[in-house]
Design a protein around this ligand. Structure first.
Ligand code: CUA
Length: 347
């Protein structure tokens, strides 16, 4: 009889250890209380109808003990739980970057090189995988029990999760948030493959251009390149080196240029104006689909500056784009070079 789903990721092992500890602790206390109640009921039972128990007065030692011991135990659980949660929240910087879109009622996954899957997700063994997720309609929840990861997938926003698979095989994938009639059918499989098999699968999966290349075409077609120039001063900030860096805003705040920031800047450009620029960009709300937004993000991500270590953006010194000027200046940045970090990384 199995109490838990298969354990197939590094995170799953740490979650299970904590879980087993909590179960053991619960059994220990439940058993202790049960035995004490039983023992006391027999030992101190009323033997005579005239028997009158002696009144009991407080004990400072006993009260201190039952405050101090549980306090130490719960703080230990809190510390351990916080550590596990933190590790599950922060992906390693060399993680493989994948994208997932939930919609009623299917999961669409996309790889950086352009391969697309529906209700399937292929990942390599032993390599951290980071997934950026969003929804086209209602709230879904992406859940892989064998990896002990579950996170809501929210329309209008990006959420992320990461895991490192430790076993080759096929594992269930669920939607864990009621999302309409066919919620229960919104299921699929995660396939963990040996790295060489994964490479073979990638090359046979029929990609039509990498996401970054698709995003670049879109960047040209939507006219973004007219203002976000990389070869000459433009009316809008150049995109080279932006992704993963911290950006100073007109109101003096600093934000990290992550997926959420890029998304917001496309759909609601006036929300965060970069210092030194005017709010001249129109909104692209309604003009770009979720897929296209992810492609644009993949493109801007591919323009990351050398040395950037944002998740999934290991940058090799050769073929790196020219060193960017600080983004607040309007100095020319030379020709744009598109790097494809994800492709190189897998070699
Ligand atoms: Cu999607 Cu339930």
């Amino acid at each position: 009889m199995r109490f838990l789903p298969p354990t197939a990721s590094t995170g799953a092992e740490s979650v299970d250890s904590l879980y087993y500890f909590l179960v053991a602790l619960t059994f220990l206390f439940t058993g202790g209380i049960f035995l004490s109640v039983t023992y006391f009921a027999i030992r101190y039972r009323r033997r005579d109808p005239r028997e009158c128990p002696r009144p009991v007065h407080g004990s400072a030692l006993l009260e201190s003990a039952w405050i101090a011991i549980p306090f130490v135990i719960v703080m230990f659980i809190f510390g351990w739980g916080a550590k596990v949660y933190y590790d599950l929240s922060v992906p390693p910087t060399d993680a493989l970057q994948l994208y997932v879109i939930g919609k009623q009622w299917m999961w669409k996954a996309q790889h950086p090189d352009g391969q697309r899957e529906i209700n399937e997700l292929h990942v390599p063994l032993g390599r951290p995988v980071r997934i950026v997720m969003t929804s086209q309609d209602v709230i879904h929840s992406f859940y892989i029990p064998a990896f002990r990861v579950k996170r809501d997938v929210v329309p209008g926003s990006y959420t992320t999760m990461w895991f490192t698979p430790t076993k080759v095989g096929r594992f269930h994938l669920f939607c864990a948030e009621y999302c309409g009639t066919e919620h229960s059918g919104m299921i699929g499989w995660v396939t963990v493959m040996e790295p060489t098999d994964f490479e073979r699968w990638l090359s046979g999966a029929g990609a039509e251009g990498s996401m970054a290349a698709t995003g670049e075409k879109l960047f040209q077609r939507l006219g973004c390149a007219g203002c976000h120039r990389s070869d000459a001063p433009g009316r809008c900030p150049p995109m080279t080196g932006v992704f993963g860096s911290s950006v100073v805003l007109a109101n003096g705040q600093t934000v990290i240029a992550d997926e959420q920031y890029v998304r917001e800047s496309i759909l609601n450009p006036k929300a965060k104006i970069v210092a030194g620029y005017q709010p001249v960009m129109p909104s692209y709300q309604g003009q770009v689909s979720e897929d296209q937004l992810l492609s644009l993000i993949a493109y801007i991500r591919s323009l990351a500056a050398p040395g950037t270590t944002e998740a999934g953006t290991a940058v090799q010194p050769q073929a790196a784009p020219p060193a960017p000027q600080p983004r607040r200046s309007r100095v020319s940045e030379g020709p744009t070079t598109i790097t494809q970090p994800e492709r190189r990384q897998r070699k």
